[in-house]
Design a protein around this ligand. Sequence first.
Ligand code: NAP
Length: 305
Amino acid sequence: MKILIAGATGLIGSEILKICEEKNYNVHYLTTSKDKIINTTTRKGFYWNPKTQEIDKNCIKGVNAVINLAGASISKRWTEQHKNNIFYSRINTVKLLYKLLSENEHNITHFSSASALGIYPSSLDKKYKEEDDIVINNSFLGEVVKKWEEEVNTIESLGITVSKLRTGIVLSSEGGALQQIEKPIVFYVGTPLGSGKQIQSWIHVKDMARMYLFTIEHNLDGVFNAVASNPISNKTLTKAIAKQLGKPIWLPNIPSFVLKLILGEMSAIVLESQYLENTKIKNQGFQFQFDWIDDALNDIYTSRG
Ligand SMILES: NC(=O)c1ccc[n+]([C@@H]2O[C@H](COP(=O)([O-])OP(=O)(O)OC[C@H]3O[C@@H](n4cnc5c(N)ncnc54)[C@H](OP(=O)(O)O)[C@@H]3O)[C@@H](O)[C@H]2O)c1
């Protein structure tokens, strides 16, 4: 098996690379930074520039499947310029991949793309299944994810099976959301955010990486919620992390209006509530290694040492 990964140098991509190494899968990857190109016997990097629609077409030589993770981070300050970057970095990348696959001969049969839980409206009591996306979250992220998924769907017209993984908060020892959440806890100013009741659907990065490869290996098509089986409230998550770090949580919650003042529109990332169900992927035979938050955090903090 040879897989082309776009955005392989990030949090999830790095974990997928480790598993590919174990499974003896060859990897081609696309990067926007020439200095991230490292070639080994099993891994080959290719430069692309989605802004100018430049790509090295050799990247699809011998490739059977594509994993698309590329996109600018949503955790940088949401200036108008960065909002454009968040949106167009996702749309232009898929457009360029579509162009590449439609204009060149290849043996690619599967395209597995990142998507995100932000497509679902915020709700404290609804439990979202994949088919519940008729109502899209009326927010910046909701709109980005909707357009992103629509762009990814164009790949289907090339006779390629497409899967989209609506990803929850990815927990990893290497950075990402956990690093942001734990910072104040480390400095004894950790506290639940807003009411603390908002539901956080999370997934361990190891399960996330395994799920991408599972969709390819089983040629799955359609949308899949990529979250562990037991989403938790923000308060429970904050306490679980504090327990791992051996720190107390003693301050009162930071009220939502304060977070909105500080973070503006970006406060949606921490204040919105989305409970996602994962039965669809489990019914396909996928088994989560980490279904409970304490097990996931134990593994992460143990591996950090
Ligand atoms: N981590 C999460 O909690 C989470 C949750 C929901 C959804 N997701 C989605 O899953 C995908 C992967 O997540 P991740 O955490 O691995 O992200 P990440 O660590 O930020 O990595 C994303 C990769 O995208 C590439 N990239 C960045 N800006 C780009 C641009 N302007 N144009 C093209 N490529 C660009 C970068 O690769 P190069 O520098 O090599 O080009 C980067 O390594 C993302 O699209 C994200 O939206 C993640």
